[in-house]
Write a protein that binds this ligand. Structure first.
Ligand code: OKP
Ligand code: ZN
Length: 335
């Protein structure tokens, strides 16, 4: 399978994140991408599709904020990485966004997604990798892989969070629409709910969003991904959330996957965007599902059996020692 990547994606390297009450080394580290690259062998350089596809998904205010945030933080006399620490929970008045501190709160939903010097560049090229994989599929490939890092599925139209800054899967899906695909399905099989992707397409009837993930009653991101979130307006019924209990192994996973695939088949998409996270792995340090390396080939084969041209976008997966083998198993199973 053709795979796309740009070395500038390594430029995002925050030092620390707030994890369960302590500052710990940032978990979504560049070594994740290096592990996948080592397992895949040669990959193609992403092409630059420019900023227009990003603007089709994210607000101009958010993009301007993200691009300048680290420089603005340093210009305010701060050291280290930029991170929000005050969030506008009540919105009685237009937000006062003069200070970078205020913008960081207004454009984010958590405190585990710092902005480092290379964050914009890395997120930009992560999105370009997804657009390049889309280009391969639009050009006739049955499937293509984007080694996206940083991941994207927690980022919304105007917010970052969950290690995510630009929503590469959403950007690829929207670019698919712009290229003339009429019905697009997004299947998110990362351990965590893809709240950003869901939000971006929540009122859209032409983009189906289906997700298998840890029950948000029990796990991050908590406030999205519940089974009763089904879309709104023209998108009513075009969101399907399938939360699973902690400890879900392949046996528990496959029936939910079959429900997801049945819904996608009924939608009859002409393009599938797949958010693939390897944090459903039994050895993942921050997650609680029990999939094994060989299981990814089984899961991928079932998804591929839909027979829909597919853009596979890398999302999470934090067991670095197994990450290359897990991604390789998935891509091999996809065929
Ligand atoms: C990104 B992706 C736990 C904080 C949660 C963020 C997890 C983001 C996962 N103390 N940290 O979906 O793999
Ligand atoms: Zn995840």
């Amino acid at each position: 399978m053709r795979a796309f990547w740009d070395a500038r994606q390594l430029a995002h390297a925050p030092a620390l994140e707030l994890h369960n009450g302590a500052f710990v080394p940032f978990g979504e580290a560049p070594v994740r991408a290096e592990a996948i690259l080592a397992a895949l062998g040669p990959v193609e350089a992403a092409a630059d599709h420019g900023e227009a596809p990003l603007r089709a998904v994210h607000s101009s205010g958010y993009l301007a904020f993200l691009r300048a945030a680290h420089a603005d933080w340093r210009a305010a006399g701060r050291e280290g990485d930029a991170s929000g620490y005050a969030w506008p929970v009540t919105r009685r008045r237009p937000l006062a966004l003069d200070r970078i501190d205020a913008r960081l709160g207004a454009y984010s939903f958590d405190a585990s997604s710092p902005i480092a010097a290379g964050t914009w560049e890395a997120a930009y090229w992560s999105a370009q990798s997804a657009l390049s994989a889309l280009g391969a599929v639009l050009g006739g490939a049955r499937a293509a892989f984007a080694l996206c890092r940083p991941p994207g599925h927690h980022a919304g139209r105007d917010y970052l969070g969950g290690y995510c800054y630009l929503n590469s899967a959403a950007i690829a899906a929207e670019a698919g629409v712009a290229a003339g695909r009429r019905r697009i399905a997004i299947l998110d099989v990362d351990y965590h709910h893809g709240n950003g992707t869901q939000d971006i397409f929540y009122a859209r009837g032409d983009v189906l969003f289906v997700s298998l993930h840890a029950d948000p009653v029990l796990d991050y991101p908590f406030f999205w991904g519940h089974a009763d979130e089904r879309g709104e307006g023209e998108g009513e019924g075009a969101t399907l959330n399938l939360p699973l209990p902690r400890g879900a192994d392949l046996k528990a996973y496959l029936p939910a996957l079959d429900i997801a695939l049945g819904r996608i088949a009924a939608f009859a998409p002409d393009l599938l965007v797949l958010s693939y996270g390897a944090d459903t792995f039994a050895g993942d340090p921050i997650s609680y599902f029990r999939l094994e390396t060989a299981d990814y080939a089984i899961v991928a084969r079932r998804i591929a059996s839909l027979g829909v041209p597919s853009v596979i976008v890398m999302e999470g997966g934090y067991a670095v020692d197994a990450l290359g083998a897990n991604a390789a198993s998935f891509l091999e199973g996809f065929g």
